[in-house]
Design a protein around this ligand. Structure first.
Ligand code: AMP
Length: 350
């Protein structure tokens, strides 16, 4: 009997949604995107877009009724919304994973419970929690929820600098010890419904102002770090009973300690170069996993470097001609904003 291909619902209409929809199209899978932004760039790549706030029950039910399986391109969808949707149609990865990962404190606690190291940290609810954790300075104070790309983060030398911020503590924070970074790497892994998986080699990441600037494959790391990072990513995916593509971001400190920074329960910016470096990209693998398609053996084709194009810099990339080994992706965002990811360029190195 021929298995019918499902219609895939994707929550979120940014560049990750666009690249997921493009990968789905290649596999002849139809995509319907739910986005709260009428100008969502992914509308240029999917089969249909439904524009609605994420908490509108009627539209969510309409969206769920039109698809067979649902995934998402960003992890900050309120847990209650995702849980409601999962009662209507299967959602991969499962919403309980988001509940853990959406909050930096529960995320780190989960990672440590698996025996994997993170930077030292403490939950901060008030000024005295800061005073009681002086050993964490110099450190980074981060909101527990909703911060990314350096948003909601303060780099602090000492507790005096923390009190100068005059934080109202209307939400929870964590204070993380600042790591003397030797390097940052990430590992992208896709886990399938039959518990099988494919894993990419570590990717080296360079950040500027806490935003990813470049990703390089291969990462210049020892064999020991290479293997340990892959083993830890696999263990995390298994412990979460994860289905789909996820990314584990790591710090390597001066003493070569491997520390998990965070888990992205979705396709990831550092994995964009897999479109060019591998026979199956992180996006196609995600579609294959959540739609229960066959797993293909992963093969590396070439090395590459990816450069993120941020803000107004996009003007320097549009309309330019490129060499044969250069692949420019314009996210087709309607508005240029400072610090906004507008596109990327992958340079293939043979
Ligand atoms: P995050 O949003 O937590 O992933 O942080 C973004 C970037 O800020 C990281 O990729 C690092 O470059 C830097 N960063 C965040 N936390 C720390 C830390 N505890 N020590 C050193 N650098 C950090």
């Amino acid at each position: 009997m021929v298995k019918l291909k499902p219609v895939l619902g994707i929550i979120g209409g940014g560049q990750l949604g666009s690249m997921l929809a493009t990968a789905a199209k290649k596999l002849k899978i139809k995509t319907i995107i739910l986005s709260d932004d009428p100008k969502a760039p992914a509308k240029n790549f999917c089969d249909k877009i439904i524009v609605s706030e994420y908490n509108k029950q009627k539209t969510i039910e309409d969206f769920a009724s039109k698809v067979d399986v649902i995934t998402f391109e960003f992890e900050n969808i309120p847990f209650k919304v995702l849980e409601h949707i999962s009662k209507l149609k299967p959602v991969f990865p499962k919403p309980s994973i988001n509940q853990i990962v959406q909050n930096r404190f529960t995320e780190k606690k989960f990672i440590n419970n698996t025996g994997i190291k993170t930077t030292n940290y403490a939950l901060i609810r008030n000024q005295s929690d800061i005073s009681n954790n002086e050993d964490l300075f110099p450190g980074l104070l981060k909101t527990c929820t909703l911060g990314y790309d350096g948003k909601g983060q303060f780099v602090l030398k000492n507790k005096e600098e923390a009190s100068e911020l005059k934080i109202e503590f209307d939400k929870e924070y964590i204070l993380e010890k600042k790591v003397n970074l030797k390097k940052e790497i990430s590992v992208v892994i896709t886990r399938f419904l039959n518990n099988d998986f494919v894993i990419y080699e570590p990717i080296e990441n360079l950040h500027v102002n806490q935003i990813l600037n470049r990703s390089i494959i291969p990462a210049n790391v020892s064999k020991d770090i290479f293997e340990k990072a892959q083993q830890q990513a696999k263990l995390i995916a298994e412990e979460l009973d994860y289905i789909g593509t996820m990314c584990v971001e790591y710090f390597i400190d001066e003493k070569n300690n491997l520390l998990v920074n965070e888990i992205a329960p979705r396709v990831h910016n550092s994995g964009h170069l897999t479109i060019n470096t591998h026979n199956v990209s992180q996006f196609e693998n995600h579609i294959r996993a959540v739609c229960d398609l066959e797993k293909r053996e992963l093969k590396k084709i070439c090395n590459a470097e990816m450069i993120n194009v941020i803000g107004a810099d996009i003007k320097n990339y549009r309309g330019k001609s490129y060499f044969k080994n250069e692949f420019f992706f314009d996210y087709l965002k309607s508005e240029i904003k400072e610090k906004r990811k507008m596109g990327h360029l992958t340079i293939v190195k043979l």
